[in-house]
Ligand binder design. Structure first.
Ligand SMILES: NC(=O)c1ccc[n+]([C@@H]2O[C@H](COP(=O)([O-])OP(=O)(O)OC[C@H]3O[C@@H](n4cnc5c(N)ncnc54)[C@H](OP(=O)(O)O)[C@@H]3O)[C@@H](O)[C@H]2O)c1
Length: 275
């Protein structure tokens, strides 16, 4: 994180996502004096952060002096808010900045057009566990980005979790379908198991289901085996797990269902970015 420390950060939009990044910057010992926010609707959470740490919050870019030059800018407003948020003053301030957009569906071509920053604009996508520093993110760099900015962008996203690089921009739709929406698939599975368990009369179902997910994940992370191997270890011939898996893995079972669901999400992501 050495190189991040020397930068000034500007975050456009401090909602769910923006706040996760502000917290991550502060937790990673970035000085509050280097964190600047443009947010038109200051939430109680943002107010609380401001009371504890002296970050700068303004309602629009006209409040900054002309000499203010942030080195890293995060675009974290909703897709339909970007056009109006990008005022002439803001465009001026960020003309030399490294700009990282996490805005869903906004392609690099459009981002460059809106920011008028052709050489240092990066497209990223991430997911909700960023609020715990456990996000999964992907970055797409076009040819104009230099090596130093690539490293900075990766370090910035690494503040909130794991970072991956996209070989081409279109893969971001697949990323969105699997990892952007992914937490919802896991939560659905947890919800379904809790319902089945409670309906069957087991008390404490919610805790038991959560512990089973957590325990399985920790096992996967602590052992040298991959998921398939661990599954085989639980599955004895003719046993209960095998009975269940014969249904889950059957024709039109879970693999088919998930592929179809993810394909539909990917197509929706493509449609939304083309609108
Ligand atoms: N949430 C996710 O899971 C997720 C995952 C990956 C990527 N993203 C992307 O991250 C972006 C932010 O999502 P979010 O969930 O954090 O949205 P959000 O909670 O609505 O945050 C956006 C914030 O920006 C403010 N804002 C709007 N226009 C502004 C302007 N002109 N100047 C300054 N602030 C302005 C909004 O204020 P108002 O409330 O008054 O509009 C809001 O507080 C979206 O583009 C989304 O596609 C989200």
């Amino acid at each position: 994180m050495v190189s991040l420390k020397n930068n000034k950060f500007l975050i456009l939009g401090a909602g769910n996502m923006g706040i996760s990044f502000i917290k991550a910057l502060l937790q990673n010992k970035i000085s509050a004096s280097k964190i600047f926010i443009i947010e038109k609707n200051i939430s109680p959470e943002l107010k609380k952060i401001k009371l504890q740490k002296k970050i700068t919050i303004v309602k629009d870019a006209s409040k900054f002096s002309k000499n203010f030059k942030p080195s890293i800018v995060l675009l974290a407003v909703k897709p339909n808010q970007l056009g109006s948020a990008m005022s002439e003053e803001l465009i001026d301030l960020i003309s030399d900045s490294l700009i990282i957009s996490i805005i869903a569906g906004k392609k690099i071509r459009e981002l460059k057009k809106i920011t008028r920053n052709k050489n240092k604009t990066v497209r990223a996508m991430t997911n909700t566990p960023v609020s715990l520093g456990m996000g999964t993110s992907i970055l797409f760099f076009d040819k104009k980005i230099n090596k130093k900015d690539k490293i900075l962008a990766k370090e910035f996203l690494a503040l909130v979790g794991q970072v991956n690089e996209a070989r081409n921009e279109s893969i971001i739709d697949t990323f969105t379908a699997i990892y952007g929406s992914g937490p919802a698939y896991i939560f659905l599975m947890i919800e379904i198991l809790i319902k089945i368990s409670s309906k069957a009369g087991l008390k404490n179902s919610e805790n038991m289901v959560i512990q089973t997910f957590l325990g399985s994940l920790l096992l996967l992370m602590s052992e040298k085996h991959d998921a398939a191997m661990l599954r085989k270890k639980v599955t004895s011939k003719g046993g209960t797990t095998q009975a269940a898996l014969s249904i889950l893995n059957s024709n039109k079972g879970l693999p088919d269902l998930l592929s179809r669901a993810i394909n539909k999400a990917r197509k929706r992501s493509i449609d939304l970015s083309n609108n």
